[in-house]
Structure formats: C-alpha cells, structure tokens
Design a protein around this ligand. Sequence first.
Ligand SMILES: N[C@@H](CCC(=O)N[C@@H](CS)C(=O)NCC(=O)O)C(=O)O
Length: 205
Amino acid sequence: MLTLFHAPGTCSLASLITLNELELDHDVHLVNTMAGGTRTPEFLAINPKGRVPALKTERGILTETVAILLYLAQIAPQAGLAPLSDPFALGDLQAFNSYLASTVHVAHAHRPRGSRWADEESSLEDMKRRVPGNMTECFNLIETGMFRGPWVMGDTYTIADPYLYTICTWLAGDGVDIANFPRVHDHFKRMNERPAVKKALSLTA
Ligand SMILES: N[C@@H](CCC(=O)N[C@@H](CS)C(=O)NCC(=O)O)C(=O)O
C-alpha cells in the first residue's frame, strides 16, 4: 500500500492527481503545513527535509515531486504516463518537470516562503514584489517554447500535465492572470474537468 503525505494547495497535488489517474491503491495522510505539520518529530522522521510530498512505499520513502511522479509512472507502465523505453523522450519529459521544480516552484516560493532566504521585512517584501514578474517570465517561456499541446509533451498525457496544472493553481495568488497564456490556460481548463483532478481537489485539510 502506498501512503502519500499531502497538503492541499501545495505541490503534493501533482502526486495525488497521478495516484488517482493511475487508480493505484493508496492512503492519503493530510499534513497541515500552516500549523507546522511538516516540523513535527513524526513528520521529520518521514521526511527530514520537512516538506511534502513524501510517498511511503513497500521499499521505503520517496520524496521530491519529480522522483515521485516518475516512480508512479514506472510502477504502472501500462498507463503510459512516461515514455519509459525512449531515453531521449524520457529525458525531455524530465527536463520539463525539472524546470518546474527547480525554477518555477522556487520563483513562486519567494512569495509565501521568503523567510527561507531572508530575515529583514524589507527583503521579504522585495522578494514578494518580484514574484509576478518572475512567474510571468517562466510562463512566457512555457507558453511559447516548451508546451507542445494539447498536452505538455504533445499528443500524450504524461506526468508533466498534473505538475504543470498544480503550479498553475498558484498563479492567481502570485498576481499573474493565467489568461495571459492562452495555451496553458486551455490546458488548465481541460485538467479541471478530469475526474482525477476533481477527486484530488475534493480532499481538504
Ligand atoms: N523540491 C520539493 C519541494 C517540496 C516543497 O517545497 N514542499 C512545500 C509545499 S509546495 C512544503 O512542504 N512546504 C512546507 C514547509 O516548508 O514547511 C518537491 O518538488 O517535492
């Protein structure tokens, strides 16, 4: 049995959507990040990094969205959520998801999580002011150069789709209108209609 440590509204949504898409038997352990749920001794024993998502498997615990998504695609290969037998195509997919993890997610985190990088109130405010511009820059690149359509990697729905969708759910709060990116916006609306997404969003803290 798989157990996902998930906090609604966070990047762990991508893993939850993927578990739902694959119809894999799983439990969800809700973590309240706002109430310090990632800092408790019990949670730090699960993930010493103090972050969601974490996925408990029969073999041990996996962390990091990029790793969890690929693991899920690998244990249910018949669903075809990643091109597992094509090294270039898989590298290409991982390049997209790695960009989301290492650049776009981090650009967003400067608004709610600036205290990871600075203490002074003026520094925190300065970082927050940069978020709409930085997220716009990232999404311009995705819209015009990275997103293939109709799904992120082209004709086939992959593990890049729930991850892009998850980050899109943060755009309004970051002061960015998703309508500025018509192809990404269309993807977001189609993702909202998927039963796996609706089911994932129905879980609240
Ligand atoms: N690189 C990690 C980032 C994980 C991460 O930053 N998770 C955030 C939610 S989006 C979190 O757990 N924040 C709670 C905290 O910092 O206490 C991944 O992609 O999984």
